[in-house]
Design a protein around this ligand. Structure first.
Ligand code: TYD
Length: 207
């Protein structure tokens, strides 16, 4: 059992996850005075930084190798950073987590979704977020939002990103108590307010 609160942000590349994560982190810190840990996948740890380099900027990987490396990053991330923080009572906000693997490696790369989910559940000893915020964005907006040097995943193509988006939406629909789906094309302040409201309800329920 953990006493902290674990929130993940998910969505397509360039959907504004990092901005919204930072806004929520600042707000929780100011309002509650609790320790807030901001992190991300891949690359939330030193080991993860090495894996991130291989995953995003290395040579081509076959889908199973890619899935295993994301899972390895996640296993180390949970064991060395997320779980200890939750056990201290911190609020942990992560930019991407397990659902990205199901969306990208299963939805995008077409590996079996249950196998990908089981791999991550094994890697994390079944640690799931209390809340997952999906910043849903039509991949048509992708080109405008990514930089001029796209990484391996950003280069994967329109069909890949449409499947990824659909996989996120399907997972959210299947477990609405864990998910909050927001339209990433909406106004930033409004998105931040909706996310805050849901997080506040969770914080109050735990108080
Ligand atoms: P990143 O540069 O962190 O960008 P952003 O999260 O803002 O899109 O890129 C991480 C990339 O890795 C992104 O394209 C999604 C992908 N990814 C997976 O394919 N599987 C995973 O399990 C995770 C965590 C990320």
């Amino acid at each position: 059992m953990t006493s902290g609160l674990f929130i993940s942000f998910e969505g397509g590349d360039g959907a504004g996850k990092t901005t919204q994560l930072n806004r929520l982190a600042d707000w929780i810190g100011q309002e509650t005075g609790r320790e807030v840990v901001r992190t991300r996948e891949p690359g939330g740890t030193d080991v993860g930084q090495t894996l991130r380099q291989v995953l995003l900027h290395g040579s081509d990987l076959d889908p199973r190798t890619e899935a295993l490396l994301f899972a390895a990053d996640r296993a180390h991330h949970v064991a060395s950073l997320i779980r200890p923080a939750l056990e201290r009572g911190a609020v942990v906000l992560t930019d991407r987590y397990l659902d990205s693997s199901v969306a990208y490696q299963a939805g995008g790369r077409a590996l079996p979704p249950q196998e990908i989910e089981h791999l991550s559940l094994w890697a994390t000893e079944r640690l799931l977020p209390d809340l997952t915020v999906l910043l849903d964005l039509d991949p048509r907006h992708l080109a405008a939002r990514i930089g001029d040097q796209p990484d391996r995943l950003e280069r994967a193509g329109g069909d890949f990103h449409r499947r990824t988006r659909q996989a996120f939406l399907d997972r959210a629909a299947a477990a609405p108590q864990r998910w909050l789906v927001v339209d990433a094309a909406g106004e930033r302040d409004e998105i931040a307010a909706v996310v805050r409201r849901r997080a506040l309800a969770l914080l109050e329920a735990r108080a």
